[in-house]
Structure formats: structure tokens, C-alpha cells
Design a protein around this ligand. Structure first.
Ligand code: ZN
Length: 280
């Protein structure tokens, strides 16, 4: 296949090692969710100006109760719970409206108590101090150590991994080499500055935009690509599904996706930290 060098998101990052070989037949999927919006959501104006993205029933609730459909953590956890799955949620220490992750304290504590993992959705990885400070804020709210990260907007720089390593982040999942197609390079695990890096294989936003998929086509597409990748020797893939998309048209098919993956594929679902423990 042709190399699409121009599409590399982070051409300056040279990853050091290929995926470690896991036991034959390993077919693992890391499920991850980025929590991009503050607990209160983006505000009614923002939602109403995008009302076509939602079912009219949701818009009615937004208008009558101030319902925030961008808060999807609970819905995602309920879907996963039905299938005995636990995943990783990445939270930002500070949100765009200036609010803090403190507003997610109950959510975060409940996730951890019930077996989900909470990771750092880093706003700033430009210095070790910046990473440490963000990690500390999240750890204070979580009441435990944070091991994994994903950089918001996948805005990775050449120092990111060194800074993450120094701040004792064990694994990261911010790399994508290709937004426009499902690519074996976006799978498995690589190492950079001793940080295990799990590239993002499938991301909701890219699937619905760059790849033009719809609610009708997406589940079949993902399952087909997963089969192709697993049969080509890939052993670990990473899925990113944003919590703010779970009630939107498109993103709301997550429950079907999980159901069909469970019914039709022989895969093990992992939290990021479990994947790290496999490759470490
Ligand atoms: Zn983000």
C-alpha cells in the first residue's frame, strides 16, 4: 500500500520498537473515551444551534430541563456494564470554560469504584512540570495514581513522550498516523521514551467525517476492518469513542457496535492499563 507521508499527524515522532509479540491468537481491543467537555456541557445555545445532530426528544429535554446530552459517561458505562466490559475514560484537568475536573469528582470516583480506569486527557505536555501538575490535579480527584494519558486534540510534540515518562505516565494513546483510512500502523503498541504507545485504530469522529461512514454502515465496516487487521497479525487495537457523541446521531450506535463485536468476534476488551500490563 502507498505510504501517505503527508497525512502523518506527527512526522517528527520516531517510535522506537515494533509491537511486542503477544501469545498466539491474542485479539485485544482497548476501549477508550475522551471527556472533552465540562460537566455542565457546552451550554444550551451551543446545543440548540446543533439540534439537527440529536433526536428531537433530546432537544425537548434540553429546552425543558436544561439536560446536557454532552455528558455521556454514565450512558457509556451502562452500555459496557451489560457486556461485562470495563474501559478507560480520559478526563481533562481543566476545561475550556475554565471549570476544573473537580466537577467530575463523583463520576470519576464511581467509575474507579466500579472497575473502570481513569486516565489523563492532557491539555499541555510541553514541559514535565505541566504534565505533573495536570496529573496531580486528576490524581487528587481520583484518589489514586494515574497511569495512562491521551493528549487533547492529539496535539503531540517531540517532547511529549519524554515529559510523560518523567511524570511517570506508563502508557499513552495519542498517536494516529492516518486519519483517512484504517491503517495497520494505527494498531498494536510501540514504545517512545519508555512510554508504551497505543495508536488509535478507530475514532468515532474520523469514521463519520474523513471516512464518510453512517449509522447504517459503520458497525459492519469496523468489524470487517478488525477481522482484516487481526488476520494480518495485528494483536491489539484501540477504539476511541467520545462520551459527548454517545447521544448524537452517529455516535449513538456505540451500543450496537459493542453488541455486534461481542456476538460476532472473539476479542478481549481491555482497559489501557491492562493492555500496558500485557506489553510491559
Ligand atoms: Zn480531547
Amino acid at each position: 500500500m502507498m505510504e501517505k507521508a503527508s497525512l502523518l499527524t506527527v512526522p517528527q515522532i520516531h517510535l522506537e520498537m515494533p509491537s511486542p509479540m503477544l501469545p498466539d491468537g491474542t485479539q485485544a481491543v482497548i476501549l477508550t473515551h475522551d471527556v472533552d467537555w465540562p460537566r455542565k456541557g457546552p451550554g444550551i445555545e451551543h446545543i440548540l444551534s446543533r439540534s439537527a445532530r440529536f433526536d428531537p426528544k433530546i432537544i425537548t429535554k434540553v429546552k425543558s430541563e436544561g439536560f446536557n446530552p454532552y455528558y455521556g459517561v454514565q450512558t457509556i458505562a451502562e452500555i459496557e456494564e451489560q457486556f461485562g466490559i470495563k474501559s478507560t475514560f480520559f478526563f481533562r484537568p481543566t476545561y475550556d470554560d475554565g471549570s476544573k475536573v473537580d466537577e467530575y469528582k463523583d463520576t470519576i470516583r464511581a467509575l474507579i469504584k466500579n472497575g473502570w480506569e481513569v486516565g489523563l486527557h492532557a491539555n499541555n505536555t510541553s514541559s514535565v512540570e505541566a504534565v505533573k501538575s495536570e496529573k496531580n490535579s486528576l490524581e487528587r480527584i481520583a484518589g489514586k495514581q494515574i497511569s495512562g494519558s491521551r493528549v487533547h486534540y492529539l496535539r503531540v510534540s517531540s517532547d511529549t513522550f519524554r515529559n510523560l515518562a518523567e511524570a511517570k505516565i506508563k502508557y499513552d494513546s495519542s498517536i494516529t498516523f492516518d486519519k483517512e483510512s484504517i491503517d495497520a500502523r494505527n494498531s498494536g503498541c510501540l514504545f517512545k521514551n519508555r512510554v508504551a504507545v497505543f495508536p488509535i485504530t478507530f475514532m468515532d469522529a474520523y469514521l463519520f467525517t474523513y471516512m464518510g461512514l453512517t449509522e447504517k454502515t459503520i458497525t459492519k465496516f469496523i468489524l470487517k476492518k478488525m477481522r482484516e487487521l487481526f488476520s494480518s497479525g495485528v494483536q491489539i487495537m484501540t477504539i476511541l469513542w467520545h462520551d459527548n457523541s454517545i447521544m448524537m446521531k452517529g455516535g449513538r450506535i456505540y451500543s450496537n457496535l459493542i453488541k455486534d463485536m461481542c456476538a460476532q468476534m472473539d476479542v478481549t476488551f481491555l482497559k489501557g492499563i491492562e493492555a500496558f500490563e500485557l506489553v510491559a
